[in-house]
Design a protein around this ligand. Structure first.
Ligand code: NAD
Length: 306
C-alpha cells in the first residue's frame, strides 16, 4: 500500500509541544503536511506556565528534518487565534486535532470549583473554540477533519477523575454532533481515547508500562482517520501500545410497556431481567431518531400487563 501523505494539507495540532501532540505534528510534517504546532507550555495540571520554548522545540525538530510548521502559543480557549495562525501562514485549514489537555485529579468529596472549571475550560471549551473557528473554512471548502481527544476515563469512569471524565465524555457527544452537522459538507469528526506514556501518565503507570506505551503507536490511527481517503465519522476509537479498537453504544432489546396508568414500578421490577439482557436482540443506536422509534413502538403496545 502506498504511504499516506498530507501534501497541501494544513493540520492544526493543539497541545503539540509534548506527548501525543508532538508525535502527531512530527508525523504530518514528515509526510508533506503544513503543521500548526500549538502549545502554551504549561504544567501538566495547568497551574502554572506559559513557555513558548515547548512549541519552538517541536518546530525546530520539524524544520531540521525539512518539514514545514509554524508555532502558536495561545491557550486552546482562544481557539480562534490558533486557527488564524493556520490561515495567516498557510491560507487554509484542513485538519484539526484537539489534543491539548491537563489533569486535576481529585475525588468529588474534595473537588473545588476551580478544579472542575479549568478541566472543562481546557478540554471542552477549548475544543469548541478551535472547531467553531475552523468550521467556516471547512464548510466553504467542503472538506474538514476533526479529532477530539477523549479518554477511557470518560468512557468508563475512573476514580478521582470525575472532572476529567465528565469533560472527556462531553467530547464524545460533541464529536457525535459535529459529525452530524458536518455530514453534508464532507466534514468528518471522530473521537479518540488514546493510551500513551506522557506527563499525564508518568505518575500513574509503572516504568515498564511507560516503556511499552510509546505515543508513536497511537499516531497511525490518527493519521488514517484524518487522511482524505478516510470516510469514517462520528465514531469513537481506542488506541495504545499497538492495539486499535472502535467503541459503540449498545442498547438491550429491553422491554416495552404501554405508557398508561398500568405502568407502575412493579411492571419495571417484573421485567428487570429483560431490560438488562443484552444476549439477544440488542441494537446499536447512532442517532436520536433511533430513540424516537422506540417511543413510537411503546405507544403501539397493549397495556403493560406481563
Ligand atoms: P501531555 O501533557 O504530554 O501533552 C499535553 C500538552 O497540552 C502539553 O504540552 C500542554 O502544555 C498542552 N496544553 C495544556 N493545556 C493547554 C491549553 N490550554 N492550551 C494549549 N496547550 C495546552 O499529555 P498527553 O498525554 O500527550 O495528552 C494529550 C491528550 O490526550 C490530552 O487531551 C489527554 O487528556 C489525552 N489522553 C491522554 C492519555 C494518555 O495515556 N497519555 C489517555 C487518555 C487521554
Amino acid at each position: 500500500m502506498e504511504k499516506l501523505r498530507y501534501d497541501n494539507q494544513v493540520i492544526v495540532v493543539t497541545g503539540a509541544g509534548n506527548g501525543l501532540g508532538r508525535q502527531y505534528a512530527k508525523f504530518f510534517a514528515a509526510r508533506g503536511g503544513k503543521v500548526v504546532v500549538n502549545d502554551l507550555g504549561g504544567t501538566f495540571n495547568g497551574k502554572a506556565g506559559s513557555d513558548g520554548a515547548v512549541a519552538d522545540a517541536v518546530i525546530k525538530e520539524i524544520t531540521d528534518a525539512g518539514g514545514i510548521a509554524v508555532a502558536n502559543y495561545n491557550a486552546v480557549q482562544e481557539g480562534e487565534k490558533i486557527i488564524k495562525t493556520a490561515v495567516d501562514n498557510f491560507g487554509r485549514v484542513d485538519v484539526l486535532i484537539n489534543n491539548a489537555g491537563i489533569l486535576r485529579d481529585v475525588t468529588i468529596r474534595n473537588m473545588k470549583d476551580e478544579d472542575w472549571d479549568v478541566i472543562m475550560d481546557v478540554h471542552v471549551t477549548g475544543a469548541m473554540r478551535t472547531a467553531r473557528a475552523a468550521w467556516p473554512y471547512f464548510r466553504k471548502q467542503r472538506y474538514g477533519k476533526v479529532i477530539n481527544t477523549s479518554s477511557s476515563s470518560g468512557l468508563f469512569g475512573n476514580f478521582g477523575q470525575s472532572n476529567y471524565a465528565a469533560a472527556k465524555m462531553a467530547l464524545v457527544g460533541f464529536t457525535e454532533t459535529l459529525a452530524k452537522e458536518g455530514a453534508k459538507y464532507n466534514i468528518h469528526c471522530n473521537a479518540l481515547a488514546p493510551a500513551a506514556a506522557s506527563r499525564l501518565t508518568q505518575t500513574v503507570w509503572p516504568p515498564e508500562m511507560m516503556e511499552a506505551m510509546k505515543p508513536d503507536s497511537v499516531v497511525p490511527l490518527v493519521g488514517t482517520l484524518v487522511h482524505s481517503s478516510c470516510k469514517e465519522t462520528g465514531s469513537i476509537f481506542e488506541a495504545g501500545a499497538g492495539h486499535f479498537s472502535k467503541i459503540r453504544w449498545e442498547r438491550s432489546r429491553g422491554f416495552i410497556a404501554k405508557p398508561d396508568d398500568s405502568l407502575t414500578p412493579d411492571v419495571v421490577i417484573r421485567n428487570h431481567d429483560k431490560i438488562v439482557d443484552f444476549s439477544s436482540g440488542a441494537s446499536y443506536p447512532t442517532s436520536v431518531a433511533d430513540s424516537v422509534s422506540l417511543l413510537e413502538q411503546a405507544n403501539a403496545q397493549p397495556a403493560a400487563m406481563t
